[in-house]
Design a protein around this ligand. Structure first.
Ligand SMILES: C[S@@+](CC[C@H](N)C(=O)[O-])C[C@H]1O[C@@H](n2cnc3c(N)ncnc32)[C@H](O)[C@@H]1O
Length: 190
């Protein structure tokens, strides 16, 4: 049975909402990608722990995970510390856009980026429009709640799908690699 008794949610003992299909693809992309990994939106470490485990299986690479919620971050650190791959994880408490701009200024690049912070249009637009500057050539970006029903409702706070349409989908260096769970996967091919 899945989280909250819902068979489609993963339950590995950490609070959060990930479809089993999201979690499986996160693990696969982390395990199969090259280089380091960036996550925007740690919450209590559910996706972080899955990617840390995959990095551990890969035997290389580091994961930086970014969030602005100090209380949730403390829980995430405890959750991840008890699991495989914990030594590969760095927690950053900062706004995602600010951290992206720092990483870009410092010349960091990532093989895989999981975008799962604020799902509004502006925050997603800010992240998506920076992906060409933080992804390695051939790297992948995975947007959570890309297929969330809220995206279709103009009155809803979600704007993931529209923000990706207005950024990455306008950039011929990105190719669509499919939908997995409620996520959208794109590859940077400059
Ligand atoms: C949907 S949750 C992340 C879920 C997590 N990936 C998981 O698997 O459980 C979104 C998180 O993004 C964080 N967040 C919201 N706005 C943010 C921002 N501007 N910068 C960084 N993190 C942000 C929230 O504090 C929250 O913990």
């Amino acid at each position: 049975m899945g989280r909250f008794g819902l068979p489609f949610l993963i339950d590995i003992g950490i609070d959060g909402f990930l479809l089993k299909a999201d979690a499986l693809k996160l693990h696969e992309m982390t395990r199969r990608s090259s280089g380091n990994i960036l996550e925007l939106g740690t919450h209590k470490g559910l996706s972080t722990s899955i990617m840390a485990k995959a990095l551990n299986a890969r035997g290389s690479g580091q994961l930086e995970t970014v969030d602005i919620d100090a209380d949730a971050n403390a829980v995430a650190r405890t959750n991840v510390a008890a699991r495989e791959g914990a030594e590969r994880v760095t927690f950053t408490l900062k706004d995602a856009t600010l951290r992206l701009d720092e990483l870009i200024a410092e010349g960091h690049r990532f093989g895989f980026v999981f975008v799962d912070h604020w799902h509004g249009y502006q925050a997603t637009h800010e992240a998506a429009s920076r992906m060409a500057s933080v992804l390695e050539p051939g790297g992948f970006v995975f947007f959570h709640d890309y297929l969330g029903a809220g995206n279709a409702d103009p009155g809803h706070v979600y704007g993931v799908y529209q923000a990706v349409l207005d950024t990455i989908c306008e950039d011929e260096r990105f190719a669509f690699y499919g939908n997995f769970g409620c996520c959208g996967l794109y590859r940077y091919l400059p």
